[in-house]
Design a protein around this ligand. Structure first.
Ligand SMILES: [Fe+2]
Length: 221
């Protein structure tokens, strides 16, 4: 079975667990975000001469650890990794669960999990990993995937820091733009141009009262 199909199977399994156990959670936001990440990763990979299957699988599964519910917080990182290993996913895909959230890498030092052994495992893993183009790709796509689909870093970042405390927002933002520039160069253009229509279609609902300039006509509430 192809990597992409295996990823779809695992995602469908995770979605089933989550909707059965948490029927009242905003499960479509999780699905939209994951599907947007898969779509963006695949397209960038194709333009950048990378493995599109691996990119699609990693994008779709980077937050799979949230199958355990909406309130698992940073536990979704090791939970996702463990699940993917258990389901036989190769290390190169499973690692996305651990690496996608830490850029710069040192931001992992601020990670606090109830289970200290797991916390140390994530820290050791991230600090001892040399980020490759796939790790960078998933860090970028995570910041271009909103709860309503494909979006820009500007909007996603704004929505993230509105909702969560993140350890070093300025360094994170600088790093994400470095990665964007890196991939802009790789594809010989602006990444955003690959998703121009999709971005224009995605409503901005991350923040109550947030900008609605590019929402489709009639969608503004
Ligand atoms: Fe994500």
């Amino acid at each position: 079975m192809k990597l992409r199909e295996r990823a779809e199977e695992i995602f469908a399994w995770g979605m089933k667990q989550r909707t059965e156990n948490f029927p009242d959670a905003n499960n479509s936001a999780w699905e939209n975000h994951s599907r947007a990440a898969a779509e963006i990763a695949e397209k960038i990979a194709k333009h950048a001469g990378m493995d599109a299957e691996r990119a699609y699988a990693g994008g779709l599964l980077h937050d799979i650890g949230r199958y355990l519910g909406p309130h698992t917080g940073m536990n979704h990182i090791p939970d996702g990794y463990d699940l993917l290993k258990e389901k036989g996913m190769p290390e190169e895909v499973a690692r996305v669960c651990l690496t996608h959230s830490f850029n710069p890498q040192e931001t992992v030092e601020a990670l606090e999990l109830e289970n200290k052994e797991r916390e140390q495992f994530v820290k050791n893993y991230v600090l001892n990993t040399k980020y490759d183009d796939y790790d960078k790709l998933f860090q970028l796509v995570d910041f271009m995937s909103g709860s309503h689909g494909v979006t820009t870093i500007e909007r996603r970042f704004c929505s993230v820091i509105y909702r969560h405390d993140i350890p070093d927002p300025r360094s994170t933002l600088i790093k994400i733009y470095e990665i964007k520039k890196y991939f802009d160069k790789k594809i010989g253009g602006d990444i955003y141009e690959l998703f121009h229509d999709k971005i224009a279609e995605t409503p901005f609902q991350g923040i109550p009262g947030g900008g609605a300039l590019v929402e489709k006509k009639g969608e503004r509430k």
